[in-house]
Design a protein around this ligand. Structure first.
Ligand code: DC
Length: 224
C-alpha cells in the first residue's frame, strides 16, 4: 500500500509582489491550509519589542505563548491577547526583517511552519519557504513585480487599513527591507531551485491566479 503524502505549495518573493492575496486565494480554491510565515516573524518581533528588561532572544523564544489562525484575516495571539493588528505596523515590518537575520529566530519559524504543515495539504507564503523550509515542496512559485508597483500596492494596502504613509516613506522602507531580506547571510530571499517565476507587474489578481492554477494543472497532468 502506498501512503499518499500531503501536498506542499510554496510561494516566495519580496513584499508587495502579491504573495498573500494569491496564497490565500489558492488555498481556499484548493481547500488547502494557508500558512503566512511572515506572521510568525512579525509575532516574534512584536514579542521582542515588548519583552521584559534583560530578556534574551533565546529566552523569549523558549515557550513563546503565541497562537496562529491563518485565513482571510489571520489571527495571532500572544499570551492570549489578540495582536493581529499590532504585528502589521511599519515599525514591526522593519523589526521583523531585522530579527529574521538571527539563526534562533529562523529555527523557531522553520520548526513552527513544519509543525503547522505536517500531514496537511498546505500553501506556504514567505521568503524562504521553497528554498529552506520545504526544499522538496511539490510546486514552488516565486512572485515578483517592479519595485514601484510593489511600493504602490503596499501604499494602498496601508492606507486601506488607516495606516497611510507618504509614498516615498513606503518606498524607502520597502527598499530597506528588500536589501535586508536579500543580502542576509542566513536564508536570504532567493528564487528557490525549481521555482516557477511569475512577474505580477501590470497583472490583476485573477490574472495571476489563472497563471498559477495553469502551472499546477500542467504539473499534475505530467505526474499522471
Ligand atoms: O511577508 P512579511 O512582509 O509579513 O514578512 C515580514 C518580514 O519577515 C520580512 O521582511 C522578512 C521576514 N520573513 C523571512 O525572513 N522569511 C520568511 N519566510 C517570511 C518573512
Amino acid at each position: 500500500m502506498t501512503v499518499k503524502k500531503n501536498t506542499i505549495i510554496t510561494i516566495d518573493g519580496p513584499s508587495g509582489a502579491g504573495k498573500s492575496t494569491i496564497a490565500k486565494l489558492l488555498a481556499s480554491t484548493a481547500g488547502y491550509t494557508y500558512i503566512d510565515s511572515g506572521a510568525i516573524y512579525r509575532s516574534i518581533a512584536y514579542a521582542y519589542k515588548i519583552r521584559k528588561d534583560g530578556e534574551s532572544l533565546e529566552e523569549l523564544l523558549h515557550n513563546l505563548p503565541v497562537t496562529f489562525e491563518f485565513g482571510e484575516n489571520t489571527r495571532v495571539t500572544l499570551s492570549g491577547e489578540d495582536i493581529s493588528e499590532e504585528i502589521r505596523t511599519p515599525d514591526i515590518s522593519l523589526l521583523a526583517s531585522r530579527l529574521s537575520q538571527q539563526v534562533p529566530v529562523r529555527e523557531y519559524a522553520n520548526a513552527t511552519q513544519r509543525r503547522l504543515a505536517a500531514d496537511r495539504n498546505s500553501v506556504l507564503e514567505g521568503r524562504d519557504t521553497g528554498s529552506v523550509v520545504f526544499p522538496d515542496a511539490d510546486i514552488k512559485f516565486y512572485l515578483d513585480a517592479r519595485p514601484d508597483e510593489r511600493a504602490n500596492r503596499r501604499h494602498t494596502e496601508l492606507a486601506s487599513k488607516g495606516r497611510g504613509q507618504e509614498f516615498h516613506t513606503v518606498r524607502q522602507e520597502m527598499d530597506k527591507r528588500d536589501a535586508n531580506d536579500s543580502t542576509r547571510a542566513v536564508a536570504p530571499l532567493v528564487i528557490p531551485d525549481g521555482a516557477i517565476v511569475v512577474d505580477t507587474t501590470g497583472k490583476d489578481i485573477e490574472g495571476v491566479l489563472r497563471i498559477i492554477l495553469n502551472h499546477i494543472k500542467k504539473r499534475d497532468s505530467q505526474r499522471k
